[in-house]
Design a protein around this ligand. Structure first.
Ligand code: COS
Length: 382
């Protein structure tokens, strides 16, 4: 749903100019230093990028899902590290509160997140609970007006910068997924320790690490929504939305890679003519164009269904699976179009090839999306 086409066009144009004028020129610097310059972070705050999806009553822009994916198509056209910094406040770090939080929790935390004053992270994955998220072991034991958290969370995006964590922890060890509760936790609470920053294949400038809870006492008021046992469902609802966002980013990144490769193919001459004239190069360009178009249509359709209030668990998984796999295929073809130059870091495609590999893994691997889609089909048919 687009609330006002003209306003959306202005926002998308502004973000496109920011991506082209500021972010793309800084991609190499971010890749080399593994840091996003602070003045860029300040510009992101000033543009309202930390609060794109936070409701307007909590100082965000309150984008609908359809509006959000149009923005993600643009943000996807530069290094994923930039989007990653604002991604948790707009996605997995705030959605749990927006969907299931109490009014007091929302009005306290959401304006801070929307302004970018506080970064949020989503603590679901653990060393022994990745795809099988419902097997998580971090415990939250009630002690009067407090809960005591113990456990380790792994690969937590933005944890080194986070002021607040959404933590999924077990309040009941006998109930499987129904024994998991969600908490909103200040990162300065005693008993929270961070691991070393992970050394990743790509996405330099985006930081992840372990978050360790050791007898960390938090107020009972930190329980999201004030209800125990529904934290797994909160996490799944968060991921339904997050997966659509990643699908849109995959479309954006594939578009950028293809644009770069088309320009390269037009300029690069071999056998006396631009390589773009060769049919085998054209096949790679055309296949990529068609697949990007297909993924974009899927993402927009799923976003519109979500805005219409439908359960889009299946569609979000279809879009995430197809778009992220498509992005991987496009990355591979684009390296191929660049030839030897595609293996050299002077060309952005070498970095994108590594960066986009994550899209097929996080917020649920392709195999988990397949499982969700098939399960939903079987459930609907029986
Ligand atoms: N929305 C709302 N509720 C949902 C839901 C959704 N999208 N998906 C599942 N649930 C509910 C189920 O209805 C079920 O509730 P009941 O017990 O009341 O029936 C409960 O949650 C448990 O669901 P399910 O039985 O399907 O859980 P499983 O453990 O079998 O599998 C998967 C769940 C595999 C889908 C889940 O663990 C998953 O998504 N794993 C990947 C995790 C992931 O993406 N990690 C990335 C880390 S974040 S970057």
């Amino acid at each position: 749903m687009i609330r006002d086409q003209e306003t959306l066009n202005q926002l998308v144009d502004m973000i496109r100019q920011f991506v082209e004028g500021v972010l793309i020129p800084h991609e190499n610097e971010v890749a080399e230093t593994d840091e996003i310059p602070q003045d860029i972070v300040e510009q992101m705050k000033a543009l309202g990028l930390f609060g794109l999806t936070i409701p307007e009553e909590y100082e965000g822009l309150g984008l609908t899902m359809e509006e959000e994916v149009y923005v993600a198509f643009e943000l996807g056209r530069t290094s994923p590290a930039f989007r990653s910094l604002i991604g948790t406040n707009n996605g997995i770090g705030s959605s749990g509160l927006i969907i299931d939080g109490t009014e007091a929790q929302k009005s306290f935390f959401l304006p801070l997140l929307a302004r970018g004053e506080v970064i949020s992270s989503f603590c679901l994955t653990e060393p022994d609970a990745g795809s099988d998220a419902a097997s998580l072991k971090t415990s939250a034991v009630k002690d009067g007006d407090f809960y005591v958290l113990n456990g380790t969370k792994r690969f937590i995006t933005n944890a080194p910068h986070a002021g607040v964590f959404t933590v999924m922890a077990r309040t009941n060890f006998d109930k499987g997924a129904g024994g998991i509760s969600a908490f909103i936790v200040d990162s300065q609470t005693p008993g929270i320790f961070l691991g070393k920053r992970d050394k990743k294949m790509g996405q330099k400038g985006a930081h992840t690490c372990d978050v360790i809870f050791e007898n960390c006492r938090i107020s009972a008021s930190a329980l999201i929504g004030g209800v125990e046992g529904v934290g797994f469902k909160t996490a799944m609802k968060v991921l339904d939305k997050g997966r659509l966002h990643i699908a849109a980013l995959s479309v954006g990144a594939a578009t950028r890679m293809l644009d770069d490769s088309l320009n390269y193919a037009i300029e690069r001459k071999q056998f006396g003519q631009p390589i773009a004239e060769f049919q085998l190069i054209q096949a790679m360009l055309a296949d990529s164009k068609a697949e990007i178009y297909a993924a974009k249509c899927m993402v927009l359709d799923a976003a519109r269904l979500r805005d219409a209030g439908q359960n889009v668990s299946t569609e979000a998984s279809c879009a995430k699976m197809f778009a992220s796999e498509m992005c991987g295929r496009v990355a591979d073809r684009c390296v191929q179009i660049h030839g030897g130059a595609g293996y050299i870091s002077e060309y952005a495609i070498e970095r994108f090839y590594r960066d986009v590999r994550l899209f097929r893994l996080y917020e649920g691997t392709t195999q988990i999306q397949q499982m969700i889609i098939a399960r939903n089909m079987i459930r609907a048919a029986s």
